[in-house]
Design a protein around this ligand. Sequence first.
Ligand SMILES: C[S@@+](CC[C@H](N)C(=O)[O-])C[C@H]1O[C@@H](n2cnc3c(N)ncnc32)[C@H](O)[C@@H]1O
Length: 205
Amino acid sequence: MENVGRGEQVEHEISECIAAGDWKKVIDLGQALPFNQRVKYLWLWPLQKDLERIRESLVRFGITEVLSIGCGTGLLEWLITASTGIVVAGVEKDEQWWRSKYATRTYIPMLFAEAMTNVDNECQGQQTGQAMMFCYFNHGAAFREYVKNFSGHYVIIAGPMEGRGVHTDPLPFGAKFPADQEWTVVHSIPVGSENLNQFVIYQRR
Ligand SMILES: C[S@@+](CC[C@H](N)C(=O)[O-])C[C@H]1O[C@@H](n2cnc3c(N)ncnc32)[C@H](O)[C@@H]1O
């Protein structure tokens, strides 16, 4: 019971910081939690310096808009937008569940896969400035289907490095893209305090 109470308190504190636009304090709240508690709110917790490096790299590649597939609560997406000014929209599946009273709190407006006809239509700006992001995504076939229907030039995969006892599909390095497409890693940024996660940018060839 004590843990449930503490969990709700953390959620409440995160929501308050978000309402105040205080992204630095959200990061501090995450860092103050033990690893096994922290990942309940977000798998990949960036530090302030990581968000600065993410901002620099998005600017460097001319990425002005990011569509994050499988965004979960949308906390990472909120942190990126609040700290960089770059819009990150989130996509989830199973709208009924996310709208239900059992769902965890969400921090950004979400789009739902069931209602999306075309990934490109969901990005408001020019296609050249778009990136599609997958953070701790866990469905390789769905990843390839999303990429197949995307005509932008950048895909970001954020997640654990191979061999660290945590599995995602795709993993950030060596992702399996649709067979008829060629994508190369153009930049990678270590993220978080755990020496576990990477934020990897792929460019279409
Ligand atoms: C492990 S969670 C990661 C959540 C969040 N990105 C994070 O880093 O904390 C994977 C998420 O992908 C979502 N997901 C799985 N298949 C999906 C699909 N086909 N379209 C959109 N979201 C999907 C799941 O509902 C889940 O919320």
